[in-house]
Design a protein around this ligand. Sequence first.
Ligand SMILES: N[C@@H](CCC(=O)N[C@@H](CS)C(=O)NCC(=O)O)C(=O)O
Length: 277
Amino acid sequence: NDSPRQPLRRVAAPMETKLLIAGTTVAAAGAALYYLLQQRKPSMPIKIGYWKIRGLGAPCRMAATFGGIPYESVEYEVHKKADGGWDVSDWFNVKPPLVERNAMMNLPYVIDGDVVVTQSNACLMHIGRKAGLVGKTEAELSAVEQTLCQLMDLRNGTTGLAYGSYTKENALKHLQDTVATNFTKLEGFMKQRGTAFLAANTVTVADFHCFEMIDQAVLLAKYVGAPSPLKGFSRLTALHEALRKEPKLASYFASSQYSLPQNNKMAKYGGDLIDGR
Ligand SMILES: N[C@@H](CCC(=O)N[C@@H](CS)C(=O)NCC(=O)O)C(=O)O
């Protein structure tokens, strides 16, 4: 029989109707109680977990600081072993119970009560939604998402150099190619949409990752004696300066978090503080 299947139809028996109403009433009362309890619960600091470096953790820490979200920065340290290898047990020893809570567990993570989030862009968006920093319109939200992905392209190129192919020559090439290409795209996007920040005229979470990537490019250029990578990018320059002077971020810039190395200790560049700063 090739005729399409008809949806099943049931007629609720009177008893079932009564149970349904009773169930709905209990559920509504439960939801109201939960809401009241949530209102009374003091807001617990969220945890932002990452290596004891700036890396992918820095934009999350900046976002929480700027957004006034109380947080604990949980920092895991890599140690050099006697045989020249790297001891990463500080994180990998504590990872298994977190994998139980989120099978995709990685660094960075955000733990917010019962919610366990991983993947840096998702962590940023989680903090951003809590703090109202993901744009005020659909267009702004879309711009946040697009620029976060663009910044990840730049970051992947940057970490590829720092942990892999680093030589002075490759660093100069990276600044001329990868950095300039991504800065051109981001600056052009801001210009097209006429915004002071990446996605809007107000700060969104994308701006924190942008700040970090600009800062890293500026440090790298100083380290290898190249001209400022911001030359010719007036909007990105203004964004970087505005966030550096932003009173809501003063505590972040004064904190040990901003003084951390950019990369982990095994990196060929930026694994210590002799990095252009
Ligand atoms: N796509 C992921 C990449 C995460 C990642 O590669 N994390 C690295 C540090 S940058 C790590 O060491 N993760 C620890 C782990 O694998 O458990 C993200 O954006 O968060």
